[in-house]
Write a protein that binds this ligand. Structure first.
Ligand code: SAH
Ligand code: SF4
Length: 385
């Protein structure tokens, strides 16, 4: 008989796992045990799942695997920011970034290799679309990051002559779907991953600590509200349709009025009582006082907070970042109107060199650490090293 591909258990939710083990005559609680081993103890060897019956382990080893995507490079900053580049085949790679802060640790995850929305300020959009990630590839980013961070923690404890922690610590307290791709255009696979993030037998994160960022896929925002209402960030980037049609081409399909109405519908189910509007600051494009006034009108229609993101340039975009003084003034205009506004810090220009090196080696050049963290990242392992 020809051997079949092992079933990757990493992307399976509780009902799917229970069904699988049920077919082998096992009780549903076996599925729960398996989930805890995989997602809470980051175990990928069935042999080490010692409280499972030997026969069951044997069966699992023969038919199944626990497989995260392969890491091709790993970077880390002096302050603990970590970045992994995952190889998802056919010369495509996606990035995952961990950003530690005093009171939380945020992991930024990718949902697609590339993106069809093609926003002109985004290097992912510029690269085009390759494919949707599977639930296993999406959750695999969290699985891998958690394992790597845990291993570091254990190594540090051993260095201090302390025992490794019996239970994994919660270094990752928040997950944001703000990496590569448009999560709501890969709805089913993302939904599977979100459910695992929230599952008490898996990652047990609260809905408030999981954020989906979308460019405004209106019908899927409604579905998410019904299926799994986590915190929502909406990439607004422009205060009127004429400009948004250019900056977020999906706006031609779901214009602002439709998007804002969807935000209000979402708020009826959301775990937080506001939507976060992300607004990229592009010099001379969307950063005038008039734009700020138009945004204030929008904020009167939806309970929201604003997160201003200074644009991180990449060679082909032809766009420029708004000067810091303009970003400050723009933020002040919004705050004077009573809107809670934060400005995402940008990282130093010295980082671009390290990112540029990586870009030469992979087809996809998305650099989510240019969008997210604000700290220096030092390359520790060369691509194809
Ligand atoms: N597709 C989703 C999520 C991924 S993009 C979305 O668009 O919301 C996550 C965030 O990074 C978005 O707000 C996006 O606008 C921002 N972003 C993309 N390219 C950027 C760049 N070059 N500089 C700064 N932020 C960028
Ligand atoms: Fe896609 Fe988001 Fe980039 Fe736009 S900003 S191209 S939606 S990943």
């Amino acid at each position: 008989m020809s051997s079949t591909e092992p079933i990757n258990l990493l992307g399976m939710d509780s009902p799917a796992l229970a069904e699988l083990v049920g077919q082998w005559g096992c009780k549903p609680f076996r599925a729960k045990q398996l989930m805890r081993w995989m997602h809470q103890r980051n175990e990928d060897s069935f042999d080490r799942m010692t409280d499972l019956a030997r026969d069951f382990r044997q069966q699992l080893s023969e038919r199944c695997s626990i497989q995260a995507p392969e890491v091709s490079t790993e970077q880390r900053s002096s302050d603990g920011t970590r970045k992994w580049l995952f190889d998802v085949g056919k010369n495509n790679a996606v990035e995952t970034v961990f950003i530690p802060e005093d009171d939380r640790g945020t992991l930024c995850i990718s949902s697609q290799a590339g993106c069809t929305v093609a926003c002109p300020f985004c290097s992912t959009g510029y690269q085009g679309f390759n494919r949707n990630l599977t639930t296993a590839e999406i959750i695999g980013q969290l699985w891998y990051a958690r394992r790597a961070l845990q291993a570091d923690l254990d190594a540090a404890r051993i260095g201090q002559s302390l025992e490794p922690l019996a239970e994994p610590s919660r270094v990752i307290t928040n997950v944001v779907m703000m990496g590569m791709g448009e999560p709501l255009l890969n709805y089913d696979q993302v939904l599977g991953a979100l459910r695992l993030m929230l599952d008490d037998n898996a990652y047990g994160l609260s809905r408030r600590r999981v954020t989906v960022s979308t460019s405004g896929v209106v019908p899927m925002m409604d579905r998410l509200a019904r299926d799994c209402p986590v915190a929502l960030a909406v990439s607004l980037h422009a205060p009127n349709d004429a400009l948004r049609d250019r900056l977020v081409p999906l706006n031609r399909k779901h214009p602002l009025a439709e998007l804002l109405a969807a935000c209000n519908r979402y708020l009826e189910h959301a775990p937080r009582d506001f939507i976060t509007f992300e607004y990229i600051m592009l010099d001379g494009v969307n950063d005038s006082d008039q734009h700020a006034r138009e945004l204030i009108t929008i904020a009167e229609q939806v309970r929201c907070k604003f997160n201003l993101i200074p644009f991180n340039p990449f060679p082909q975009s032809g766009l420029k970042r708004s000067p810091a003084s303009r970003v400050r003034l723009f933020a002040q205009r919004l705050m004077d109107a009573g809107i809670v506004t934060t400005v995402r810090k940008t990282r130093g220009d010295d980082i671009a060199a390290a990112c540029g090196q990586l870009a030469g080696d992979v087809k996809d050049r998305t650099r989510i650490n240019e969008r997210l963290p604000d700290r220096a990242v030092i390359e520790i392992k060369q691509e194809r090293g």
